[in-house]
Design a protein around this ligand. Sequence first.
Ligand SMILES: NC(=O)c1ccc[n+]([C@@H]2O[C@H](COP(=O)([O-])OP(=O)(O)OC[C@H]3O[C@@H](n4cnc5c(N)ncnc54)[C@H](OP(=O)(O)O)[C@@H]3O)[C@@H](O)[C@H]2O)c1
Length: 410
Amino acid sequence: MKEIFIHQQKSSSSSSILKTLTLMATKHLSMNWSITDHNHQQQQQQQTEHEPFIGIDSIQQQQQIIVDYKSLGNNTKLVTKCLQFLIQFLTVQLKNGHYIPVVGLGTSRIATTSEQIIQAIKNAINVGYRHIDTADFYQNEKDIGQALYELIQDGKITREELFITTKVWSNHHTKELAIKSVRQSLKNLRIDYLDLVLIHWPMSFQSGDEFVPKFTNNNTIIGSDLSKENFELAYQGLEDACDQNLTRSIGVSNFNIKQLDKLLSTTTTTTNRRRRYEPVVNQVECHPHLNQEKLLEYCQNKHIHLVAYSPLRRANVELFVEPKLKQIALEHNRTIAQIILRWQLQRGIVIIPRTNKKHRMIENISLFDFQLNQTEMLAIMSLDKSDNNGGREITFESASHLPEFPFVIQ
Ligand SMILES: NC(=O)c1ccc[n+]([C@@H]2O[C@H](COP(=O)([O-])OP(=O)(O)OC[C@H]3O[C@@H](n4cnc5c(N)ncnc54)[C@H](OP(=O)(O)O)[C@@H]3O)[C@@H](O)[C@H]2O)c1
């Protein structure tokens, strides 16, 4: 028997998932799917060999839903279709009640031309992605917006089915500039609300049009006057964006524990105002060479979801030749990338791997029909190199002289 393991569920009610699955299956798979509760023996017996079904087991203690699709047999095409179809329901609930899909598509440097970016987004949506991660800094919002516009116009997707994240860059660290940046992103993306907006980095650069303003005669980044420009002020701008329904959720990225503590304190140091919206996400680099154990524990205690960026360490060869990963991949008959991604999901981490290749897009979401055991999970944990920041791929050393630089660089 084959089972798909989903470690989180969209809703506490299995019947509402069943209802949605039934509707969506009929719509997307253009076949008569009979979706039934796995526990209902009677209903199960009514299934015929020719009638594939997805049955959802009762919600397990660890919020696990087991989707039994044994009647799909060895029809790999159908199984792949089933997985692609299911991915859109695999979400976790944020502390403000909204849901974030557990796998998203990273888009930083996804492609060089507009045509390639548009095609990549269309491919991702077609294979089942619903969560797209972008940023003002990536300068691809307009192309992503064009792709989304065309997909929505063509009836392939609705805005409500999508989860779009963008980020406010360090040259917009005032209340007014942060909200201006959100409005510009909305315009670029051709949507009227965002699902999530993050403060991209805690350090503040001199405000202006330049992303990384530098002194003319050297490469040093110009920092801001911290009494006028800082991440707390930018965060207040994001709170205003929430109030104005420009975004459903807000959060941060590249924040360390001290900075999160500062933000979570109920009054802000600058204005003494009560915090209206707490950050629901901290997006940080995370993969087996930088497992973020302490930060993850802190975030989980505060109900902040950790989103892993560079979850594949940008395909760094050092990671992809790890013998332990190779061995686990062999045992599960999976790729190393799938083992790395599954390991993160099982830790309750949301992942946003980036690829512009359709077959890898499918590979990177085909993570729900196998499970790593405790020994394997621990073996991957032991690959951490974060002592002295060894495993870090994105060091941003050129900004390390600025106050609020979040990492210790040796
Ligand atoms: N908040 C931040 O400061 C921050 C920083 C960095 C990144 N991010 C976000 O996180 C996303 C992901 O991180 P990332 O782009 O840095 O790196 P990543 O997702 O860890 O790795 C991307 C690289 O892995 C390759 N790849 C993808 N799937 C693969 C597979 N199944 N097997 C082998 N190689 C595979 C890709 O190559 P191909 O394209 O050739 O497949 C690409 O070279 C970004 O795109 C961005 O949205 C955020």
